[in-house]
Design a protein around this ligand. Structure first.
Ligand code: GAP
Length: 441
C-alpha cells in the first residue's frame, strides 16, 4: 500500500486519469472547492445514492422521500438560525496569505497560533457567514436576497405538514432526501472531502418525545452498520461524541461517525438530537401550526427529531481511500485496483473479445454484451492488448472481466476473471447472468 500521505495524491491522479472526478472549470485554472464527476464517477455516484435510497426509503415502510429545491424562501434561513449563527472564524497568514478556519487549527487538540504552511504570523480571527447569497427576481430594487441552502434538510421541515396531510405516515416515521448543499468554506481541502458544493443524504426521523432515546440509539447503530457494510477495513470507522463547545447551535447532543483518513479521524455523518428545535422555529417564523395530532390518543405535540446527515461526496471519497490497492506482481510490476463494493462499481462486468481482428470472436462477444447489458451496467473493450484492458478495469474497480476466447467458439464457455484475486473460472455463457445476480446480492 502507498504511504498514507501519498494516498490522496494517488487517488486524485487516478480519478482524473480514469474519468472518475475532475476539477471544475479546469481549462480556466479551476475554482476552489468545486468538482465534476466524469463518465465513470457519475455512474458510481449514482449507484451509491441508489443504494442509500433503496435501503432507507424503498425498503422501509416508515420512511418517505422528497426532492426539494436548492433555493427557498429567505425566512427559512432566519428561522433555522443560519443567517445569525452559520459563521466560521478565519485567520489569514501575514506572509503567505493563506486563510484558515481557526477552529480547525489544532494539533494534538491544542490550538495552533502560527500558519501551518509557512509558520508565519496569523492575523486576528474574523467571522464570516458561510451561506451563499443569491437574488430572486430580475428587476433591480425588486430583487429578493436569499440563499443557496446551507443544509439540505430544511426542505424536510418545510414539507412536514404537507407530508402528514397528504401521506398516511404515522409517528414514528422518517422523511429522507438526497440533495445538494452549499457552503462558502474558508478553505475547501483534501479533494472532495470539504468542498463548497456537495451532496448530503439526510433522514429526519420524527418521534414522540418519550421515545427519543430509543430511536436515537437505533439510528446510531443502523447508520454505523450501513457504512461498515461498504468498507473493506472495518477498523477505520468509529463514533465520536461532540463536546459541549463544538455542538452546532441547533443540536442538543451529537455523535459523529468518523473515518480514519490519511490526515486523521474526520467526520463522515452526524447523528443529531435536534428534538423540537426545527419545527418549533418554523412554527414561530411562519405562524403555522406544525404540531402533530396522534390519530388514536388525539394527543397534540411537536414531534422530536433524530437527524442522520451524511455527505455523499465525502462517502465517495472515503470509499476510494478504503478501496485503493497496490499489489506487487511476480514480474516486478505494480498492479493498482479499486477493491470497491461491486454494487457501487460503474460496471459489473467488462466483456472482452480476446482478439479485436477476429470477426467470430467479436460477434460472439457482442451477443453476450447485448444480453447482459439489458440487465446490468456492462463495459465493452475490444481495444489494445489484454493486459491493458485488465489494468483499466482494475483501476475503475470493475469486479469481473468476461473474456471470449477461441474455446468459447467451440463449447460456448467464457472465462470470468476476478478483480481482487485475478483468478479465473469458466462458465457457460448463458449461466453468467444468474451467476452475476447471486454475486450482487
Ligand atoms: N443538517 C445537518 C448538517 O448539515 P453537518 O454535520 O454540517 O450537518 C452533514 O453536515 C454532513 O455533510 C457531514 O457529516 C459531511 O459528511 C457533509 N459535509 C458537510 N460539509 C461539507 C463540505 N464542505 N464538503 C463536503 N461534505 C460536507
Amino acid at each position: 500500500m502507498p504511504k498514507q500521505i501519498d494516498l490522496v495524491k494517488k487517488i486524485v491522479s487516478l480519478c482524473k486519469r480514469r474519468g472518475i472526478i475532475f476539477q471544475n472549470s479546469e481549462i480556466y485554472g479551476g475554482i476552489g472547492g468545486f468538482y465534476d464527476y466524469g463518465p465513470i464517477g457519475s455512474i458510481m455516484k449514482y449507484n451509491l445514492k441508489n443504494l442509500w435510497w433503496n435501503d432507507n426509503v424503498i425498503k422501509r415502510k416508515d420512511i418517505v422521500g422528497i426532492d426539494g429545491t436548492i433555493i427557498t424562501h429567505p425566512q427559512v434561513w432566519h428561522a433555522s438560525g443560519h443567517v445569525k449563527n452559520f459563521y466560521d472564524e478565519l485567520a489569514e497568514c501575514k506572509s503567505c496569505h493563506k486563510r484558515f478556519r481557526t477552529d480547525l487549527l489544532k494539533s494534538d487538540n491544542k490550538q495552533i497560533s502560527k500558519c501551518p504552511e509557512c509558520n508565519g504570523q496569523l492575523t486576528k480571527k474574523r467571522k464570516y457567514n458561510t451561506l451563499f447569497e443569491t437574488h430572486v427576481g430580475v428587476i433591480e430594487g425588486e430583487k429578493t436576497l436569499t440563499y443557496l441552502r446551507g443544509e439540505a434538510c430544511q426542505n424536510i421541515y418545510l414539507n412536514f405538514k404537507n407530508i402528514v396531510d397528504s401521506s398516511r405516515v404515522k409517528i414514528p416515521f422518517g422523511i429522507a432526501q438526497i440533495g445538494k448543499a452549499f457552503r462558502n468554506e474558508v478553505n475547501p481541502k483534501n479533494f472532495i472531502f470539504r468542498s463548497r458544493e456537495f451532496e448530503q443524504w439526510d433522514i429526519q426521523y420524527f418521534v414522540h418525545p418519550t421515545e427519543m432515546d430509543k430511536w436515537y440509539e437505533y439510528w446510531k447503530e443502523k447508520r454505523m452498520n450501513w457504512y461498515k457494510s461498504l468498507l473493506n477495513n472495518k477498523d477505520n470507522i468509529h463514533f465520536r461524541q461532540h463536546t459541549k463547545d463544538e455542538l452546532a447551535f441547533y443540536v442538543k447532543k451529537a455523535f459523529d461517525i468518523e473515518y480514519n483518513t490519511p490526515w486523521g479521524w474526520a467526520e463522515w455523518e452526524g447523528i443529531h438530537w435536534r428534538a423540537d428545535y426545527d419545527l418549533t422555529q418554523h412554527s414561530k417564523f411562519s405562524k403555522k401550526d406544525l404540531s402533530y395530532t396522534d390519530p388514536v390518543t388525539k394527543e397534540k405535540y411537536i414531534p422530536w427529531i433524530t437527524e442522520t446527515s451524511g455527505g455523499v461526496d465525502r462517502t465517495f471519497f472515503y470509499l476510494l481511500l478504503d478501496a485503493y490497492q497496490e499489489e506487487k506482481l511476480e514480474n516486478g510490476n505494480t498492479r493498482t485496483y479499486l477493491k470497491i463494493d461491486p454494487r457501487i462499481a460503474a460496471y459489473k462486468i467488462c466483456v472482452i473479445p480476446l482478439a479485436s481482428n477476429k470477426p467470430k470472436l467479436i460477434k460472439k462477444a457482442e451477443k453476450i454484451y447485448k444480453e447482459l447489458s439489458q440487465q446490468y451496467s456492462i463495459d465493452w473493450d475490444d481495444s489494445s492488448n489484454i493486459g491493458k484492458k485488465y489494468r483499466r478495469q482494475d483501476e475503475i474497480g470493475t469486479p469481473w472481466c468476461l473474456v471470449v476466447d477461441y474455446q468459447s467458439l467451440e463449447d460456448d464457455t467464457v472465462t470470468i476473471r476476478d478483480r481482487n484475486t485475478m483468478s479465473q473460472i469458466r462458465l457457460k455463457s448463458n449461466e453468467v447472468s444468474s451467476w452475476l445476480s447471486q454475486k450482487l446480492n
